[in-house]
Design a binder for this molecule. Structure first.
Ligand code: MG
Length: 282
């Protein structure tokens, strides 16, 4: 991947342009509040078990709410399936249940591509509907907009974006709504940097449509666009066949070196690559 050829950088918001994570406990608490009392402690046990990596729910997997199963998939083809207690289904059972590619949605087939979906999937297992889960999400966004939620900007990130901005267009593409996203951008000082901001992006379902729009908007080729995100299913996998460059922020260690053109544990580590856009001879 020749970074010097990049003309448009497309950034995800949450977990990509900021690294704070303390709001996920707040989100879990809001979801737990909406469950009946007898289910609250079970919810908490599961949430704690996921944190210890002792649960079938993991980043990168899918929660099938209809069959109450946790799935491992690639390009929507189910490869592995686990019951809530961790029991693995046989290939025969998988073929019977999932003869066709699955369709990810926000209701019954949840993509646990980032931490937002961990507690949401657990709440789904205990019967909370998607409307109530979305309410908890919005309450969390409300909290994040307020003064109580302090954010730590990524050291050197704003500076590098400002430096390379004369060479590249900067795009924000997020699944989150506009008001809270703008408030977060303001908190971390990135509110005036982007040439284009797309909210309610509906990734991964509409990732390809969004990238086509971005390509046309700036009159560039796909190979001149680089997608940067922490959710492999949403931001990396769909754009690889187009020929876009990719930077995967793999803070949960779910990928490997071939998951993207560049794989980093955090955005701070990606800064030297971003700097090359400004000066390809470095
Ligand atoms: Mg994200």
């Amino acid at each position: 991947m020749d970074v010097s050829k990049v003309k448009v950088l497309v950034f995800d918001l949450d977990g990509t342009v900021y690294e704070d994570t303390h709001h996920f406990d707040y989100q879990a608490a809001r979801l737990k509040d909406k469950l009946s009392v007898e289910k609250q402690s079970l919810f908490q046990q599961d949430f704690d078990a996921v944190k210890r990596d002792e649960h079938p729910i993991k980043i990168g997997r899918i929660y099938d709410g209809i069959n109450d199963l946790v799935l491992v998939q690639l390009d929507n083809i189910v490869q592995e399936a686990y019951k809530w207690n961790g029991h693995r289904l046989s290939n025969e059972e998988i073929n019977k249940l999932y003869p066709k590619p699955i369709e990810i949605n926000y209701d019954t087939m949840l993509s646990i591509g980032d931490p937002w979906w961990i507690s949401t999937s657990i709440a789904g297992h205990y019967g909370l509907n998607s409307k109530k889960c979305y309410e908890a999400f919005l309450e969390t966004r409300e909290y994040m907009m307020g003064p109580e939620f302090e954010m730590e900007p990524i050291v050197g990130f704003k500076e590098v974006l400002s430096d390379i901005h004369e060479h590249v267009k900067l795009v924000l593409l997020t699944n989150s709504p506009q008001p809270d996203s703008e408030a977060i951008l303001t908190k971390i000082g990135l509110d005036r940097l982007f040439d284009l901001k797309i909210f309610n992006g509906e990734k991964p379902t509409r990732t390809l449509e969004r990238f086509e729009h971005i390509k046309n908007e700036f009159g560039v080729e796909y190979k001149e666009i680089m997608s940067v995100g922490d959710n492999w299913i949403n931001e990396i996998r769909p754009v690889q066949p187009l020929g876009c460059g990719t930077i995967f922020i793999d803070s949960h260690g779910v990928g490997n070196p071939s998951s993207a053109d560049f794989v980093f544990e955090c955005m701070g580590d990606a800064i030297p690559i971003l700097k090359k856009i400004k000066n390809p001879l470095d």
